[in-house]
Design a protein around this ligand. Structure first.
Ligand SMILES: [Zn+2]
Length: 369
């Protein structure tokens, strides 16, 4: 007998490997299955810290996250993009490494990944000991796997959002591909999509910022026992940063509705207000921002490198005093400043809160609610 539970509201996500059917049809099956199962593991591994995985459905991963488990809703899109980058990097690496001449191994580069994201209600049910989700919105997200986006745009990899998901994330409709999808027995579904290939190119583009911190004035190295999406959030969510930095941080401008290069923040410490501008944004691996004080600009460059179940955060800071005569003294000034605002303590707090947050999430079994 099925055990019924209360309806919940949240994000419903399908990550679907495209090119899969053609890939299997013309492939040596044992190699093809090995490649696909490796990719499915990679996708679930990257989605897991934020999403609960419902199940694997052939060439797709079905996952969900309750709405109140995601504070900064845009984090959902960053998780999707980071997963896509990992997927593409894996495909390139496997293709480069293989010496096998079989059809499966030869056609690895034709595989791609698309995401369908909906926000709606679902009921969690135990079916013969296995949890599953049911409800009209669950049906909708599955129907949307067959859609007009590739035909209308030529995109192979994309994120398709229903209008409900788009509104939940507060993503502006401008710059998105709009379409109406129609299915039997369902009301027409309004959708908005964007190209993942373009996001991939932006995220893997050359890191010009590194040249500017080749000789940093300050460095910090923090090993955090939490996965990258959680660490990223404690470094970037304005509310969470506000807690660790004892400041009030607010988003001033977004770029096409997103945090990314060119987005700005206000950072208020007591009476002083500083403006911050994002100058690099590669979720969940690196980001950088310029922090403008009246006497100087500080460039912060963050790198997140996974080490097993931990993430090493390396911070490089370059101080650029406005007064020219102070510029040769950027190192001692930066050290004094770090001491004055107790920067080490801010990073200690960040590590502590990120780890506590992750431990809390781990202790809630399988369903974040
Ligand atoms: Zn092969």
């Amino acid at each position: 007998m099925a055990e019924e539970m209360k309806p919940q509201y949240g994000f419903l996500l399908l990550a679907d490997i495209s090119g899969y059917t053609a890939f299997l049809a013309k492939s040596e099956l044992d190699h093809a299955h090995g490649i696909i199962s490796d990719l499915m593991d990679l996708i679930t591994g990257h989605l897991k810290p934020m999403f609960s995985i419902v199940k694997l459905e052939g060439d797709a991963v079905f996952a969900y996250a309750s709405a109140d488990s995601v504070q900064r809703k845009e984090h959902i899109l960053e998780a999707i993009e980071a997963t896509y980058v990992a997927f593409r990097n894996r495909i390139q690496a496997v293709h480069r490494r293989t010496t096998c001449g079989c059809k499966a191994c030869g056609s690895i580069p034709t595989l791609d990944l698309k995401f369908v994201l909906h926000a709606g209600s679902y009921v969690k049910r135990m079916m013969a000991g296995t949890p599953d989700l049911v409800g009209t919105d669950v049906t909708i997200v599955h129907r949307l796997l067959k859609n007009s986006v590739s035909g209308g745009t030529g995109w192979h990899a994309y994120v398709l959002l229903t209008n409900t998901a788009r509104e939940e994330i507060a993503l502006p409709a401008a710059h998105l591909h709009h379409s109406i999808e129609e299915y039997e027995h369902l009301d027409p579904v309004e959708t908005f999509s964007f190209d993942l290939q373009e996001r991939f190119n932006e995220i893997v583009s050359e890191r010009r910022i590194l040249a500017k911190v080749a000789d940093p004035d300050l460095t910090f190295d923090i090993l955090v026992h939490a996965p990258a999406p959680v660490v990223w959030e404690w470094l970037n969510d304005p509310d969470k940063r506000g807690i660790t930095d004892e400041a009030t941080i607010t988003v001033q401008t977004r770029v096409n509705g997103r945090i990314g290069e060119g987005a700005t923040f206000h950072c208020a410490h007591g009476k002083s207000v500083a403006m911050e501008e994002v100058v690099e944004w590669k979720p969940f691996s690196s980001f950088a921002f310029e922090h403008h004080e009246s006497f100087a600009t500080l460039l912060f460059v963050f790198d997140l490198v996974p080490e097993g179940e931990k993430v090493r955060v390396s911070v490089r800071i370059k101080l650029n005093p406005r007064a020219r005569f102070l510029q040769p003294f950027s190192k001692p000034i930066a050290r004094l400043m770090a001491k004055a605002i107790r920067m080490q303590r801010q990073f200690d707090r960040f590590r502590q809160y990120a780890e506590e947050d992750w431990n809390r999430r781990l202790s809630v079994p399988s369903t974040p609610s």
